[in-house]
Design a protein around this ligand. Structure first.
Ligand code: MF3
Ligand code: CO
Length: 259
């Protein structure tokens, strides 16, 4: 179901989103060769909880009959696209690229959800890896620039796909962006590739969406690891992911996940 947010809702989400973005910056500044990823997860959790929010992903999915998501951060390394569990016993190495995906409910009780992600390099990374990261980030910026009342989701999908494929990369198809606010995942889906069979939705004032390009250097096919969460590219090529929470406003849009 598509839900609409009032200007008060959006103001609250912007407050939560600013805490989220600051938490992610704290995590990013701790990324270095040799750090255990559970340390990053702890930084994220402590930052969110000490600023009045609650981690949005921790426990996620319990309702679908599986053990709920076990960490605050999704930490997805190299060929891991998204949903890498943040409390695995893994150390980051020079040259890795690492997706850091974080969500909060703010305020912690009865609050509203925001969601964002970045991909960063660990130490010195290859030119090719940096290019993948840069193209993915720019594709998100270009898609956000289109957001305003009256534009359709299909146009957003085409922008992300056209830009990334123009650089020789492919768009993950099994996962999409989404509406957000009263829960982490709301309608409409926001795919990163154009498929005329997918329902098109015209954006209206008060909608809040997450745009989140997930881009692979190689082929777009993915599989879910034996931990039942971590999504990897089938060909083990590198993948990058960026995400912002964006409100559709009368005048255009507002990014809610800025520090
Ligand atoms: N940021 C992810 C998304 O947009 C959130 C994953 S929720 C998880 O879908 F709990 F499953 F990790
Ligand atoms: Co999301």
């Amino acid at each position: 179901m598509i839900t609409y947010k009032t200007t008060d809702d959006i103001a609250l989400m912007k407050k939560g989103g600013s805490i989220l973005a600051a938490a992610l910056l704290a995590v990013q500044s701790a990324v270095k060769p040799g750090i255990g990823i559970h340390g990053l997860d702890r930084i994220a959790r402590e930052y969110i909880e000490s600023h009045g929010g609650a981690p949005a992903f921790l426990g996620y999915g319990t309702a679908r009959g599986v053990v709920g998501y076990p960490s605050t951060l999704c930490i997805s390394i190299n060929d891991e696209v998204v949903h890498g569990i943040g409390i695995r016993d893994i150390v980051l190495h020079e040259g890795d690229i690492v997706g850091l995906d974080i969500g909060t409910r703010y305020p912690a009780n009865d609050g509203l959800y925001t969601d964002m992600a970045v991909t960063v390099g660990v130490g010195k990374i290859s030119v090719d890896a940096q290019s993948l990261i840069d193209v993915t980030r720019v594709s998100l910026d270009r898609a956000i620039a289109l957001v305003r009342p009256g534009i359709s989701i299909h146009e957003i999908s085409k922008e992300v796909q056209g830009y990334c494929e123009g650089h020789g990369y492919s768009l993950i198809r099994d996962l999409t962006g989404h509406g957000v606010g009263f829960s982490v995942h709301e309608d409409p889906p926001v795919p990163n590739y154009f498929d005329e069979r997918m329902p098109d939705v015209i954006l209206k004032e008060g909608m809040v969406i997450c745009i989140e390009p997930m881009v692979a250097m190689g082929d777009w096919h993915v599989f879910t690891d034996t931990d039942e969460w971590t999504v990897r590219t089938a060909d083990h090529s590198l993948a990058a992911h960026f995400e912002h929470t964006i409100a559709v406003t009368a005048g255009g849009h507002e990014i809610l996940t800025l520090a």
